[in-house]
Design a protein around this ligand. Structure first.
Ligand SMILES: O=C1O[C@H](COP(=O)(O)O)[C@@H](O)[C@H](O)[C@H]1O
Length: 342
């Protein structure tokens, strides 16, 4: 089985043979959502989880770097334009219009190895910024040699970087060149208690809903993120919503806190289930055989027992949005009716 895509009552299943294929598919999916959202509303609001998910997003940076050599080819031989405009080379992401949030955060310093912010910063945000910085530096060097001006550089236009350039580096000062705009990165306060961090984080989100950076749900007052990316633990927890925990019952808050997570560290803040289920799209990204049983219980038509909160992942079902599962072969191995060829 190389790739299987199945519609179920528990969302769309996208099952890939290898982690590489899964990562490519996930990144392609995110860039399509980002493009559609930026076209429609001018922004893309994405909430990240921590854990193994972040490693799978690395291709977001790679696909960007991959386009660079072709940009150079175009720069030196303008008639290669057609080739560069073909996918996947034109597939770039409008990072400046991304607004980034965290679905959950561990209450530790931002520099701590357990911090979900640090994980995404090191594994994604810094890499994106470094790639772009290199791209601009290389173009600028070439332009100087050829006596041109970087402002009119065709590669920048083709790679859709001209708006970025005028927005954040009108003076061509590379020092401040970062495509992911720092003020669009909304992480929680790491110097206060879990309770305060949750309420501050919710307050910040409320401001952005008020100014319509984040949309509002059509059926409640909840924020409607364009995309919420969720991982899942082997126990079926999502975000920092653990099985049978009272945080699963919180309905009147957007962000809550816990001090007794069964998985360390114990203190965490997390989006509540109503916020998760108000997103336009929720992507559940699950890999590895240790999660196969939870995947089966969360997706298949089975009786999970009396209490739905025994499996938080099964409670994820956007009310007015889309649920998509990105699974590798191992994670999908216990699903009913999915056949794998050798
Ligand atoms: O503790 C957490 O765990 C989940 C799942 O992590 P994984 O490493 O098993 O993929 C993660 O989604 C969540 O953000 C994190 O805080």
């Amino acid at each position: 089985m190389s790739f299987s895509r199945v519609e179920t009552s528990r969302g769309e299943l996208r099952i890939r043979e290898s982690l590489d294929d899964l990562s490519t598919d996930l990144v392609e999916y995110i860039s399509q959502l980002s493009e559609a959202s930026v076209k429609e509303r001018g922004v893309f609001t994405i909430a990240l989880s921590g854990g193994s998910l972040i490693g799978l997003l690395g291709y977001l940076c790679f696909s960007f770097q991959q386009s660079m050599p072709f940009a150079f080819e175009l720069f030196l031989r303008p008639n290669s334009l057609v080739k560069l405009c073909e996918t996947p080379y034109i597939k770039t992401i409008d990072w400046t219009n991304w607004y980034i949030f965290w679905v959950d955060e561990r209450v530790v310093a931002k520099s701590h190895a357990d911090s979900n912010y640090k994980l995404a910063k090191d594994g994604l945000l810094t890499k994106v910024n470094t790639s772009t910085l290199h791209l601009f530096q290389l173009f600028a060097e070439k332009q100087t040699v050829l006596g041109g001006s970087i402002e009119n550089s065709t590669p920048l236009k083709v790679l859709n970087l001209v708006p970025l350039q005028s927005k954040i580096m009108p003076s061509c000062s590379f020092g401040c060149l970062v495509p992911v705009i720092p003020s669009h990165v909304h992480s929680s306060n790491d110097s206060v208690s879990a309770e305060e961090a949750a309420s501050e984080y919710e307050f910040g989100i409320r401001q952005l809903v008020r100014t319509r950076v984040i949309s509002v749900s059509d059926i409640s007052d909840c924020p409607k993120f364009d995309l919420i990316l969720l991982g899942m633990g082997p126990d079926g927890h999502v975000a920092s919503l653990f099985p049978n925990h009272s945080a699963l019952d919180v309905k009147d808050e957007w962000v809550t806190f816990i001090t007794d997570a069964p998985k360390p560290p114990p203190e965490r803040i997390t989006f509540t289930m109503p916020v998760i289920n108000s997103a336009s799209t929720v992507a559940m990204v699950v890999t590895g055989g240790t999660k196969a049983e939870a995947v089966h219980l969360a997706i298949d038509d089975v009786d999970v027992g009396l209490n739905p909160s025994s499996l938080p992942a099964r409670m994820v079902l956007p009310t007015n949005g889309k649920l998509v599962w990105f699974l590798d072969r191992e994670a999908a191995s216990k699903l009913n009716g999915v056949e794998f060829s050798e």
